[in-house]
Design a protein around this ligand. Sequence first.
Ligand code: BV8
Ligand code: ZN
Length: 233
Amino acid sequence: MTGPGPLAGARRITFVTGAGISRESGIPTFRGREGLWRNHDASKLATVAAFERDPGLVWEWYLERRRGALAAEPNAGHLAVAAAERAAEVRVVTQNIDGLHGRAGSSRVIELHGNITRTRCSSCSGDWEGDLPGMPPRCGCGGLLRPDVVWFGEALGAAEWGAAAEAASWCDAMVIAGTSLAVSPANTLPLAARRAGATLVEVNTEETPMSYMMDASLRGTCSEELPRLVERL
Ligand code: BV8
Ligand code: ZN
């Protein structure tokens, strides 16, 4: 397919990505039957309440997912997002915590929900490098160590949210890839971009609640559709 694509002429592109872009790197998405772990609903386990109730169980889940994220490789979708930087100014706002956009070479990545490979103290908020002392692991200050991710019911980092909102109003095109747009406030970003006059392009194997408002809705996988989109930039 040649000729100008949906992003033709775009100079400032913001990508908003979700679990679907990492699906083909072998990382399960959140919703659908994959959203279950040992019959626990992921959105019930990714909460402060679950962590306070059973920090060992929550750590077991995160350590398993951390190993999965570290063992995964960026796929053609992540690589296409990184390659877009050759043809336009690019910012990536991801809901994913797997770190794959950074490993694919994207230089401006905003991790809205944190990063599963990082650990911090739930009391003194210090970053924790190195091995985890005991289970559940505790910081030198006595506080419980936790994965450096944002749980449901927790506020996003002010710096990350500020940068994401700025990326939505800055861009002249937003590509929304691999996300069900079920989680707020990330799902308000396409609206902000639309208000700022940006072109909206969705890449998803399924319809989403915002497909109706997209300028283009590409029904396919990130690993197929994103390279096609970017090579016609
Ligand atoms: C906040 C880190 C306020 C942890 C995540 C009612 C009760 C309680 C809370 C709420 C409520 N209603 C709304 C809320 C707020 C809540 C929320 O939105 N809940 C939803 C579920 C209703 N949001 C929050 O709590 C946020 N905080 O609002 O704070 C506040 C303010 C001030 C002070 C205090 C509080 C925090 C949300 C962050 C939660 N943490 N992750 C972890 O991962 O363990 S979110 C989690 O869901 C992941 O990050 C994931 O990325 C994200 C969103 O899901 P998606 O990425 O979209 O993935 P999903 O599986 O849903 O969809 C995959 C899509 O890909 C599908 O569309 C599929 O078709 C497509 N696909 C699949 N394969 C492919 C593909 N597409 C292309 N190619 C493929 N190959
Ligand atoms: Zn501490």
